[in-house]
Design a binder for this molecule. Sequence first.
Ligand SMILES: [Zn+2]
Length: 119
Amino acid sequence: MSINSKKRSERSSCVVATCKHYASKTKEEGFDISFHRFPIKNIEICNMWVHKCRRGDKWNPKTSLIYSKHFTQDSFVRNLKAELLGYTPKVRLLKPDAVPTLHLPPDHSQSITSSSAIN
Ligand SMILES: [Zn+2]
């Protein structure tokens, strides 16, 4: 199975349901941002990402991106070289087990954790 990345969407945007981040817009704001592909090779982690996005419509994780603001700082692999030389790396890597946790739609399942026995 090969992933064909030739077919790019005309605009990059964050896939999180309540999120309105667009690559073009966020660049203008000058933040230290990046967009990250779903870890489709790691099904377990990928499913967690999908769950966090809370999208009600049909969408394809393979072609979707998540904005870096949904990840805590320690979700990223440290670029020691960049830190040493004092520059901000253009490409930031997420740790293999990183999951988005910030600025996400409310998790409704949290209120029913006490009744998990009914499951
Ligand atoms: Zn977002």
